[in-house]
Design a protein around this ligand. Structure first.
Ligand code: HSE
Length: 310
């Protein structure tokens, strides 16, 4: 007799997975914020792999077995010890690719959740998170994509410890997406292997202050808390417009402005009332540097990745 999970497994599933902004300044490889800009994956069991991509990445992302969403589905089958014959995927993408907004994390998490749902959910969310973090190479984007909200994540051997925190009301998260792409591998390649202890302490203090300030609603402390010495100073040479955009965002009333993940997008934290001004100032500063880009305030996604029958 087939196992219970297989009996209740749906033939087609729909998964929704949010964009994420990692690091939030000092929390390199540890903090992620899920944003209400979501990809949707519809998956059906099939013989062989076929992927249709709509929206972001259409015509560029693979339509075969090396598509990252399809690899996620296969990974879920392998981890559950089930034979993988193939899958038919429709990916409706709204998260811009290669911009520091977690498109690759969304692809891994979306594929893993879809595969697990097709199998009748034999794998726990913790198991999916560990698989996604290993595939992605760092846990911050995948943990926030899976759980939603502001998620703190920590690699502990083979697993990921993750805790999701509330985010204060009255704060706008303004994302500036430049019309250029960047590779995370390259943006990690420019980072030094070792850092001075003073810089490590600088970031420990600010990461702790950032989480404390957000939990206590002490927005006045965010300006100090969003500073970083572990990654942004080194990545500045990849994104020479960064200092100008950060300065313009602050001048327009932002509490701070940081690289989103490994860039090139930037994330400003601002009181709600000035979000529009901050976005406009960021776009103008980017334009002054000769690069086009769009800014918009995105609500925080508190749902994380959600799967259901298609
Ligand atoms: N923490 C990662 C990095 C996020 O900054 O390289 C990549 O999206």
């Amino acid at each position: 007799m087939a196992p219970q999970a297989a009996l209740s497994a749906p033939r087609a599933v729909r998964v929704r997975v949010p964009a994420t902004s990692a690091n939030l300044g000092p929390g390199f490889d540890a903090l992620g914020l899920a944003l209400a800009l979501r990809n949707e994956v519809v998956a059906r069991e099939a013989d062989g792999v076929r992927v249709a991509v709509e929206g972001e990445g259409a015509g560029r992302l693979s339509s075969g077995g090396d598509n990252v969403v399809a690899r996620g589905v296969r990974l879920a089958f392998e981890a559950a010890g089930r034979p993988f014959k193939g899958v038919e995927l429709t990916c409706r993408n709204r998260i811009p690719t290669a911009r520091g907004l977690g498109s690759s994390a969304a692809a891994w998490v979306g594929g893993l959740m879809a595969g697990n749902a097709l199998l009748g959910t034999p794998l726990s969310r913790d198991a999916l998170l560990a698989l996604a973090a290993r595939a992605e190479g760092h846990p911050d984007n995948v943990a926030a994509a899976l759980h939603g909200g502001l998620t703190v994540s920590c690699l502990v051997g083979d697993r990921v410890a993750a805790v999701t925190l509330p985010v204060p009301a009255g704060v706008a998260w303004v994302v500036l997406v430049p019309a250029v792409t960047s590779s995370t591998a390259e943006a990690r390649g420019v980072l030094p292997v070792q850092v001075p202890r003073a810089d490590a302490v600088f970031n420990v203090q600010r990461t702790a202050l950032l989480l404390a300030a957000l939990q206590a609603g002490r927005l006045d402390a965010l300006g100090d808390a969003l500073d970083d010495r572990l990654h942004q100073p080194y990545r500045r040479r990849l994104f020479p417009w960064m200092p100008g955009v950060v300065e313009a965002a602050r001048a327009a009333g932002a509490l701070g402005c940081v690289l989103s993940g490994a860039g090139p997008s930037l994330l400003a934290v601002a009181p709600d009332a000035v979000a529009g001004d901050v976005g406009g100032a960021m776009e103008a500063a980017l334009r002054t540097a000769g690069v086009r880009g769009d800014a918009r305030a995105l609500p925080v996604d508190m749902d994380g990745t959600v799967a259901g029958a298609a």
